[in-house]
Design a protein around this ligand. Sequence first.
Ligand SMILES: Nc1nc2c(ncn2[C@@H]2O[C@H](COP(=O)(O)OP(=O)(O)OP(=O)(O)O)[C@@H](O)[C@H]2O)c(=O)[nH]1
Ligand SMILES: [Mg+2]
Length: 285
Amino acid sequence: MSQHIHYYPGHMAKSIREIEENISLVDLVIEILDARAPLSSRNPQLLKIKPNIPRIILLTKKDLADDIINNKWLTYFLNQGHKGLICNLKRFNNKLLIDVAKDAMKEKFEKERSRGLRPRPIRAMVVGIPNVGKSTLINSLARKKAARVGNKPGVTRSQQWIKAGNDFELLDTPGVLWPNLEDQKSALNLALIGSIKEEVLPLDFVTRNLLFFLNDNYKELLINRYGISMDINDEVTVNNFLNEVGLKRGILKQEGISDIEAVSKLILREFRDGIIGNISLEEPN
Ligand SMILES: Nc1nc2c(ncn2[C@@H]2O[C@H](COP(=O)(O)OP(=O)(O)OP(=O)(O)O)[C@@H](O)[C@H]2O)c(=O)[nH]1
Ligand SMILES: [Mg+2]
């Protein structure tokens, strides 16, 4: 892989500053990671901000990821001493998170009660990289469309407090990446899960590397979906594969010639939508 990725727009630096400013207003942090790539989707900057504040790790999009690997990741984070959950936010059971959050707050709230303070909602800040489901979580907890969501990075533009029943006051934050995505493999994973804007990494680069990965790790899914059984391991074979898919699906530039760009787009969309199957990009080692 020879692409170099530098992607840190000014609004992300500003968002990080606002997170730092407001962290003292909250009781706990809900850090959202994408279950398909939990390490690549973990922003090291967010780890440094008030590390001692209670933190819940919420792995989302489990419905798109590989079940066996999902369980490994949950165990991985629990073993690190985190409070953690893995979920499909589109069918989320709010109570699971409410219980974990109440448990995390037990000591603090008991202290407050003993000092005669009245019970109050938990103030939680929801953080993570773009497109992992922060606003979706907040809407689920608030039981209404309080925050805008969308399947692309950068939907939430500014911080917003949202009340969720009597249990929570939630701070929605814009997704933030970090200045140096040194690890090019992580950057590729971020592009695959839709956390980096399409313009930053060329589509054909992303799709070709996805195909190499699927060839090595999910060969059967690839064959089932596209009905083509060939080894994809270099530029020639990946081109042949894209070409074949185009011919099979009738995605053509002209008679007999595939539209490679349109095919690349299609495969990437089918991966993101879970149509190729349940796929995890990373495993705990
Ligand atoms: N399949 C699936 N889709 C999800 C899940 N959680 C969120 N989504 C989808 O992911 C997309 C992004 O969700 P948002 O809530 O807008 O993400 P965000 O983290 O607020 O993104 P930014 O505001 O851009 O930082 C939306 O299309 C959601 O419907 C999940 O668990 N499973
Ligand atoms: Mg959002």
